[in-house]
Design a binder for this molecule. Structure first.
Ligand code: 3H9
Length: 695
């Protein structure tokens, strides 16, 4: 029997004693106004219907409620509120059972936590990921979670924001039963009937104080947690606010008092600059996957086997991505010894993950079994996608693509992992099918870094682009499209920053001053620490060294970065860096030779020259059509280079500073910026119009 509940994205039917309230608000059943309305009306109607003795709350489509509707934040609230619906569920007279599939996240999981019982299918995941949006669970999550899992676990969960598997939820008491995959509705109805038959109570999480009392007996719990995670939380506001909420749950006199703290801290975060930037980044990532002339109907290649040329650090890391999702890989190297070495490194990485508990030992073997090696290019003949990951040498790459053209099966996508070379020129070597060639630029370490720059050459077929974007998503990367130019989006902007950083060192700033300013801004490290990590001798040789730059002189002294114990910095055995007198000496000598005198350079100039030069280059990239949209540039820098997500990305940051401010400052700095520096016409125009990149 169907019951009319009035407006809202939900329907109510009665089966025996059970009312089944189904929410249907595609694509992810976000708690938009219509969903909240449906929940509230449906619950009220179920309570009013005498035939209904217990209620199952279930969702249609691919997932349970995936959280508050993020697009509604920052707009005037539309009634009913989520709290209203939650109260009706929790305080109502009938047991409510949440039936969870897909992902029950954020406000969605907070609704489930208001239900008296929860059942889930094995593939379901639950979590409170608000921290990734610069927020905290603002619908009672921080108060209910520690009441079930304890304060320590709750701290971990809300600050990491991870999605937790159903079996782990069962162990922790977050769900009460797992029902067979594909039988959620029937399983939840049976569970509800059991609740009725056994006369189980209307269990309310808010009333369970036992775990909180245990936490009260641990006075240093919160201080210890803060200290242990200080580095991880550096720069972010939301983790600290989440911690304060769990603290309030433990120390408040009542559930409602704790909830009031949660509410007020949530309201503070939601209007703050960090959360705005992080919400922008959430949608920017999703937007990056959309390419105007390529849609869901564009054919793509089904990738059943991947070939990778080069089993070095990059090739091995790339291979791991595919093995992780069950796709077999053929690795090709020139010598058996290089192949063996590469595979041994991959095995060591997997075993390291197993030691840290991230994967099981059988999984290590399963993944290794997916990797096969060969010293023959011919072994790539049956691959659907081949990724070339050899060192950056155009002649070598062209030779490889010439061979691939002859060897690979028709329809295969041929990708290059070049980080800077001209993809059009590489494609020209695949004489009979340049349209099959696309750039797939992974970032090091390739099995860890989230970004994949997909580079579309002049002739690249839509199918090749679609395949690269889709497979990128499948292996868990954030893929962003770039056109062809030296360094593509990411490294071209990096080069603009490096030019300023290098120039400032020859004007009087020390490398560690520049690194410190960028680290304090929120970057994982500054340009000089990054160079030391990557190795200063990339592309350097003693024979061709001219000694014209600091880097060359460092290399000439065998200071090639962390791996040699010295670079811009000196390193101890544990790779701790200290400023180096040798570097100071090299800088002073070079400046003397060039007739330069050191001047004081303050932190503001360091930051502005680095970041504004990046913005200027990014504006050129956008203007030239290398990037499709400003937000793609931000996606690249947040996911590939560690730009602090709470500052959105270079373009978002530029808008927050004001484009007029940036232009005026760049104009004032013109004498320092160097003769090669020119202002982007787009930046100038937008600044003059009072426009923005991301607005
Ligand atoms: C919260 O709940 C606060 C509360 O504590 C307090 C309240 C008072 N809202 O990712 P996909 C869109 S904060 C609006 O490609 P998938 C998304 O933009 C929220 N839209 O799919 C995309 O749109 P389009 C806490 C949303 O299958 C489409 O749905 N919850 C939302 O790869 C498909 O998304 C979260 O943080 C939303 N909440 O992954 C969960 N979610 O097609 C955020 C998605 O136009 N969401 N969209 O590009 C996710 O993590 C993933 O979307 C999910 C599905 C895992 C659910």
């Amino acid at each position: 029997m169907k019951i009319d509940i009035g407006p809202g994205a939900a329907t109510l039917v009665v089966e025996g004693d059970i009312g089944i309230l189904s929410v249907n608000h595609p694509p992810v059943n976000a708690l938009s106004q219509v969903t909240r309305q449906g929940l509230l009306n449906g619950m009220r109607a179920a309570h009013a219907e005498p035939a209904i003795k217990a209620i199952v709350l279930i969702c249609e489509g691919r997932t349970f409620l995936a959280g508050a509707d993020i697009t509604e934040f920052g707009k005037p609230p539309q009634p009913p509120s989520l709290y209203e619906a939650q109260d009706v569920i929790e305080m109502g007279p009938k047991p409510v059972i949440a039936a969870i599939h897909g992902t029950s996240l954020g406000g969605g999981f907070e609704v489930a936590l208001c239900c008296h019982y929860r059942v889930a299918v094995p593939s379901a995941k639950c979590g409170l990921p608000e921290v990734h949006l610069g927020l905290l669970p603002g619908a009672g999550g921080t108060q209910r979670l520690p009441r079930i899992v304890g304060a320590s676990k709750a701290l971990e969960m809300v600050t990491a924001g991870n999605h937790v598997r159903a079996d782990e939820c069962l162990t922790m008491g977050l769900v009460d039963a797992i029902v067979p995959e594909g039988s959620l509705r029937a399983g939840a109805i049976a569970f509800a009937q059991q609740v009725l038959d056994e006369g189980r109570p209307l269990r309310k999480v808010r009333d369970a104080d036992e775990k909180l009392l245990a936490a009260r007996a641990q006075p240093s719990l919160f201080a210890d947690f803060r200290q242990a995670n200080a580095r991880r939380f550096r720069g972010f506001l939301a983790p600290e606010y989440n911690i304060r909420c769990i603290e309030a749950a433990v120390h408040s006199a009542s559930f409602d008092a704790g909830k009031a703290v949660e509410r007020s801290l949530f309201l503070e975060l939601v209007v703050g600059e960090q959360s705005k930037a992080q919400r922008y980044a959430f949608f920017a990532e999703r937007q990056a996957g959309k390419i105007p002339d390529i849609d869901a109907d564009t054919p793509s290649v089904k990738v059943a086997r991947v070939g990778i040329i080069g089993a070095g650090t990059m090739g091995g890391g790339i291979a791991m991505n595919f093995a992780n999702v069950g796709i077999p890989v053929t690795l090709v190297e020139t010598a058996q010894s290089a192949l063996d070495k590469g595979l041994a490194v991959v095995r060591r990485n997997y075993e390291g993950s197993a030691k840290r508990g991230r994967i099981s030992l059988p999984q290590v073997e399963q993944r290794m079994a997916l990797l096969s090696g060969s010293t023959e290019m011919q072994a790539l003949a049956d691959c659907d996608l081949v990724i070339e990951a050899v060192f950056e040498n155009m002649a070598l790459k062209k030779d490889i693509f010439g061979q691939l053209d002859r060897i690979c099966k028709p329809g295969a996508v041929l990708a290059t992992n070049t980080s800077a070379l001209n993809v059009n020129e590489i494609a020209s070597a695949a004489v009979s099918r340049p349209e099959a060639v696309v750039g797939m630029h992974f970032f090091s370490p390739a099995n860890v870094m989230k970004l994949l720059e997909v580079v579309r050459g002049e002739l690249t077929a839509k199918t090749a682009v679609a395949t690269a974007m889709q497979i990128g998503r499948k292996i868990g990367k954030v893929a962003a499209l770039s056109g062809v130019c030296p360094g593509f989006i990411g490294n071209r902007i990096l080069a603009a920053r490096s030019r300023q950083a290098q120039a400032m060192v020859l004007e009087g700033a020390m490398p560690w001053d520049i690194d410190r300013v960028l680290y304090d801004f929120g970057m994982p490290m500054g340009p000089f620490a990054m160079s030391d990590l990557a190795g200063l001798d990339i592309g350097w040789s003693r024979e061709s060294s001219t000694g014209a730059t600091i880097r060359e002189r460092l290399c000439e002294q065998d200071r090639r970065g962390q791996k040699t114990g010295a670079g811009y910095y000196d390193y101890d055995a544990a790779r701790n860096a200290t400023p180096s007198d040798v570097t100071r000496g090299i800088i002073a000598a070079l400046m003397a030779e060039q007739g330069k005198r050191a001047r004081p350079i303050d932190d503001r100039e360091i930051l502005e020259r680095c970041t504004y030069a990046m913005v200027n280059e990014a504006a050129k990239i956008l203007d030239e059509g290398i990037a499709l949209r400003a937000s793609d540039i931000d996606v690249v820098w947040v996911n590939g280079y560690g730009w602090p997500v709470y500052r959105g990305g270079p373009m978002w940051y530029a808008d927050s500073v004001g484009l007029g401010v940036i232009v005026r400052r760049l104009q004032a700095l013109a004498p320092q910026l160097g003769p090669d520096f020119s202002l982007s016409p787009l930046l100038l125009r937008l600044a003059a119009e009072g426009g923005s990149f991301t607005g």
